[in-house]
Ligand binder design. Structure first.
Ligand SMILES: Nc1ncnc2c1ncn2[C@@H]1O[C@H](COP(=O)(O)OP(=O)(O)OP(=O)(O)O)[C@@H](O)[C@H]1O
Length: 312
C-alpha cells in the first residue's frame, strides 16, 4: 500500500532519513521504533507530506505521493499525535467531526458518525458536548484517535499517540487499538519509543537508527533472530525472556485434555506475560484456559511457562 524506495530527507545537509526502503502492507499494523533522533517521525510525516522527501520515491496506492494534492492525500490518512492538538474552543463533537466538516458531510451524517466513533472508542455519548479541558488525558487521547478515524481513512498514522499517558491507561488504549485494528482492518503506522508497546501492537516492526532501517520483520523475528548486536542490545538481553512471553498466548501453551473446576478460567488469548502475573496474584501453579467462547481448552502450567523462558 505504501512503498518507500531509497528515500532520503536532509535537514541542513544532514540526512535525517538515509536511503530507506520500506514496504507498508495494506491492513498491517506497522510500528516504527528506534533510538531518539533516528528518523521515525520524519519517516511518518513523509507519508502524509507534512515533510516532503528530498530523494527517492514514496508510492501510495501505486502512485508517487507528490502526484496527489497534499490536502486530498491527508484526508485519506488519519493522523493522531501525542498531546493530540484538539482544538480547545471546540466541543468533542466538533473536534471529532473536523474532517467530515471539511468534506462538507450533512450535519445528520456527521452527528451519526460521531456517535459511532464515541461508541467505538468506549467514550460516553454525553462527552460529545464537553470541551477538551473537561476530559482526562486518556479521554482526550481517545478523542484524538476518533478524530483521526472520522472520515474512515485508508491509513492511520500515529506519532507517539499514547506517550503522555500513565502505564495503565496506556495499556488499555493499546488493547483498544488492537481491537479497532482487527475490527476495521485499516493500515496503521505508529511511532513509539516503547519496546513493549511495539511488541504488543505490531504485525511488522521497523527498527531505525541514525536515519536507517536496521531490521524489519515480525516481532518474534527481531527478538529471536536479531540481525546484529544493535538489534540484540536494543531489545535488551536481560528482559528478552519476558518479552517473548508477551508474544505467546495461553491457548497455544495450555496442556490439552486437562481441566480444573475450582479456578476461574483465563481466556485463550491472554498473553503468557499476563498469565505470569495471574499465577503470582492467584498464588497457584496451574490455570484453566477456556477458548474465546468460554469452553474448556486445557490447563496452563507454571513450569511450562518457565521452560518457554529458558527456551528463549
Ligand atoms: N524540522 C527540522 N529541522 C531540522 N532538523 C530536524 C527537523 N526535524 C527533525 N530534524 C532532525 O532529524 C533527525 C530525525 O528526527 P526525527 O524527529 O525524525 O527522529 P525521531 O526518531 O522521531 O526522534 P524522537 O524519538 O526523539 O522523537 C534528528 O536529528 C532531528 O534533530
Amino acid at each position: 500500500m505504501i512503498q518507500f524506495n531509497q528515500v532520503s530527507k536532509f535537514f541542513a545537509d544532514k540526512a535525517a532519513v538515509d536511503e530507506i526502503n520500506l514496504h507498508i502492507a495494506e491492513g498491517a499494523f506497522t510500528v516504527l521504533i528506534g533510538t531518539s533522533g533516528s528518523g521515525k517521525s520524519t519517516t511518518l510525516k513523509m507519508i502524509n507530506r507534512l515533510i516532503e522527501h528530498d530523494a527517492g520515491s514514496i508510492q501510495f496506492a501505486g502512485k508517487e505521493i507528490r502526484s496527489f494534492d497534499a490536502q486530498a492525500l491527508r484526508r485519506r490518512m488519519g493522523y493522531a499525535i501525542q498531546s493530540i492538538g484538539l482544538f480547545p474552543h471546540w466541543t468533542v463533537e466538533k473536534n471529532i467531526a473536523t474532517v467530515p466538516g471539511l468534506l462538507k458531510w450533512p450535519s445528520a451524517r456527521r452527528r451519526a458518525r460521531v456517535s459511532e466513533l464515541l461508541a467505538l472508542l468506549n467514550l460516553d455519548d454525553e462527552l460529545r458536548h464537553r470541551y477538551p479541558h473537561q476530559l482526562s488525558g486518556g479521554q482526550q487521547q481517545r478523542v484524538g484517535v476518533a478524530r483521526a478515524l472520522a472520515a474512515d481513512p485508508e491509513v492511520l498514522l500515529m506519532d507517539e499517540p499514547f506517550g503522555a499517558l500513565d502505564p495503565v491507561t496506556r495499556g488499555t488504549l493499546q488493547q483498544e487499538m488492537i481491537r479497532i485494528h482487527r475490527l476495521l482492518g485499516r493500515t496503521i503506522v505508529l511511532v513509539t519509543h516503547d519496546i513493549d508497546e511495539a511488541l504488543t501492537l505490531a504485525d511488522n516492526i521497523v527498527l531505525m537508527d541514525n536515519g536507517r532501517i536496521v531490521q524489519q520483520g515480525k516481532p518474534l523475528e527481531l527478538l529471536a533472530r536479531p540481525a546484529n548486536e544493535f538489534v540484540r542490545d536494543f531489545f535488551g538481553r536481560g528482559e528478552l525472556g519476558v518479552r517473548l512471553l508477551a508474544l505467546g498466548q495461553a491457548g497455544a501453551a495450555a496442556r490439552r485434555g486437562e481441566w480444573l473446576e475450582e479456578s476461574a478460567p483465563i481466556s485463550a488469548d491472554t498473553s503468557l506475560r499476563e498469565a505470569l502475573s495471574l499465577f503470582i496474584t492467584r498464588q497457584t501453579d496451574k490455570l484453566p484456559v477456556a477458548d474465546t467462547q468460554g469452553a474448556p481448552l486445557g490447563v496452563l502450567h507454571f513450569d511450562d511457562l518457565l521452560r518457554q523462558r529458558e527456551g528463549a
